[in-house]
Structures are given as C-alpha cells and as structure tokens.
Design a binder for this molecule. Structure first.
Ligand code: UDP
Length: 327
C-alpha cells in the first residue's frame, strides 16, 4: 500500500516507517522537522517537509503519491507543556488534524490510523483501563487527542472515513536505527538514561506523595517496536471496521521502579531529587490491551522494562549525539 506517515521523522514515526517498509509498503514521510530529524527519515521513503496545517501541500501530496492510507502521528506530546501552553496543542494536535481529515476527504483517501493516548482517560476510576471506560482528560494533550477521536467518528459517519485510533500508553525503547531524541526532552526514560550517561546531572522526580505504593506515578511502558507492529495490524483491519484500542501491557511501573531498572541495566548511580508534582499527571495509568489482542491478534514481544531500557541504552551508546551530528 502507499502510506503517508505524518511525523515520520520523529521517534515513533521513524520506527513505524522501518516496520512498514519491512512489510513491503511504500512510505511517504510528511514532517515539518520541528520535532523530527531529517536523518531519521528512512532511506527508502519519499520525504515531504511540510506542516500538516498546510492543507494545499497535504492534499497535493496525497494525490500525487496515490496515498491509500494515512498514519497520523505528527503531534506535540508533552503533558506539562500542554498545560502551560494549551493553544499550541489545540492548534497543532486538534485543528491541524481536522484539516488533515478534510484533505483526505478531498483526495479520496479513506483509511487512517491515528496516534491517540492514554491521557484521554484522565484520572482512572478503575484499573486497568478498558476502551469502554470514561474519557475525562486532565490535560490539554489528552483533550486535543480525544477531540480528534470524536472528529474521526463524525468523518466516519459522514464521509465513510475508516479509522483505528490507538491509545498509546508510555512508549519507550529503540530500534537499531532510531530512538527518542527531543530538545528539550521531557519524557521519563530518556531523562533517566541521559542522567545515567552524564548528559544531565540529576533526574528530577515530579512528586513523591501520589496515592501509589512508593508515592511516585505509575505508568504502563510499552516497547516502540510492539507499538509499531500494532499499527500494521490496524492498517490491515481498516477495510472491515473503525474503532479505538489501548496499547499497553497491563503492567504498571512506578517512576522509582523505572529508575531502579535503569540503574541495574546501565550500572550508573543515576542521582535523583524530588520536586513538586507536574500539573496534569494522573497518579496511575495502566491499560487493558485485551481488545486489540482479541480482535486484531496483537502479540507484544518485548513487553518488559529491561528490553525497553536496554534497546534505548544501546541506541544511545551508538548515537551519543542522537541525530545532531547526522544529515
Ligand atoms: N517524570 C518524572 N521526571 C521526568 C520526566 C517524567 O518524574 O524528568 C514522571 C512524570 O511525572 C510521569 C512519568 O514520569 O509521572 C512519565 O512521564 P512522561 O512524560 O514520560 O510520560 P506521560 O505519562 O506524561 O505521557
């Protein structure tokens, strides 16, 4: 299939592109390189450097490359920033996504896999979260993604657009070629390993008074390669139906547990200090992924912290400057 990957020069998009190419698909990477990296664009993919809000370029790209499906990953993804600067998230994650749906309708493209998030749930009433649980986001990141999910249902009803929205829990790990590299970096696993290798002096832990066993937030960490595989399954299912799926492992790890695992794997001491809570953080988020396992046959292979941390640690050893010294 001819597939457009928005955000294909980013962390998850670049690894998803590797999997799509390996599965015989033809990929066009569409990325404005605000968060993505030119060096992360797959050598076998065509590349269009543009913004998803640029509806003219987007519509032309969809038509010129005879795109049959869109994987829509381009978004800002920092919870804290979304609370501090909500307009940025409303504009880029919601408004621009709706213009992407309009471009798809205009170009006659009827299939989309959308990167949604566990943040759509907000503070859970019970765990693990299933897709039927109430969505009540407590940060603008989650709100912006939930708004797109709602738009997808409307475009499904009114324009026959078929979609799968994948609600990512906490994605980590790397492939041999690509890994997470943001500036500034806000996500836990890169922050921990950047401290382990001395790039950062100390890891700040946001809060130690959450109602969890050790007082730090609990999250469900999923390997990026398992996540990428779920997209391929979703793509193959799109002819039959539309729907929403959680992508997690069902296992929760606290911030302290992730740090302990990283100390074990890297042998580094990883100094930490506790600071105040980060606004917009629920105490615990863990997924039931039974629906995607049952309906799409998803089988995660690398669903443990050691493989997640180990693969990313290896990538950092091989790429100590990330993409900064590559063209
Ligand atoms: N976190 C932390 N220090 C950091 C980065 C993150 O304590 O430097 C915590 C954060 O408060 C949350 C968890 O680690 O409880 C995972 O945060 P991340 O931003 O990686 O993902 P999120 O769950 O927000 O999508």
């Amino acid at each position: 299939m001819n597939i457009l990957v928005t955000g294909g020069a980013g962390y998850i998009g670049s690894i998803l592109t590797e999997e799509l190419v390996a599965n015989g698909h033809t990929v066009v990477v569409y990325d404005n390189l605000v968060m993505g990296h030119r060096a992360a664009v797959h050598s076998k993919a065509a590349f269009v450097e543009a913004d998803i809000a640029d509806t003219g370029v987007l519509t032309r790209t969809l038509k010129e490359h005879s795109i049959e499906a869109v994987m829509h990953l381009a978004a800002y993804t920092s919870v804290g920033e979304s609370v501090a600067n909500p307009e940025k998230y409303i504009q880029n994650n919601y408004v621009a996504s709706v213009s992407l749906l309009d471009a798809m309708v205009e170009a006659g493209v009827t299939r989309i896999v959308f990167s949604s998030t566990a943040a759509v749930y907000g503070e859970p009433k019970k765990l693990p979260l299933t897709e039927e649980d109430e969505t009540s986001p407590i940060n603008t990141y989650g709100e912006s993604k939930l708004a797109v999910e709602k738009a997808l249902w409307k475009y499904n009803e009114n324009h026959g657009l078929r979609f799968v929205a994948l609600r990512y829990f906490n994605v980590g790990g790397a492939s041999l070629h690509n890994g997470e590299w943001h500036d500034p970096e806000t996500h836990l696993i890169p922050d921990i390993l950047n401290t382990a290798r001395g790039k950062d002096e100390i890891l700040e832990i946001y809060g130690n008074d959450y109602p969890t066993p050790d007082g730090t937030c609990v999250r469900d960490y999923i390997h990026v390669k398992d996540l990428a595989n779920a997209h391929i399954l979703a793509l193959n299912a799109l002819d039959d139906f539309s729907g929403v799926y959680n992508l997690g492992t069902g296992i929760g790890n606290s911030v302290r547990e992730v740090i302990e695992a990283a100390r074990r794997i890297t042998g580094a001491p990883i100094p930490v200090k506790f600071i105040e809570r980060r606004p917009g953080d629920p105490a615990v988020l863990t997924a039931s992924a039974e629906k995607i396992k049952r309906e799409l046959g998803w089988k995660p292979q690398d669903d443990n912290l050691d493989k997640i941390l180990g693969s990313y640690w290896l990538w950092l050893q091989n790429n100590p400057n990330g993409y900064d010294d590559k063209v």
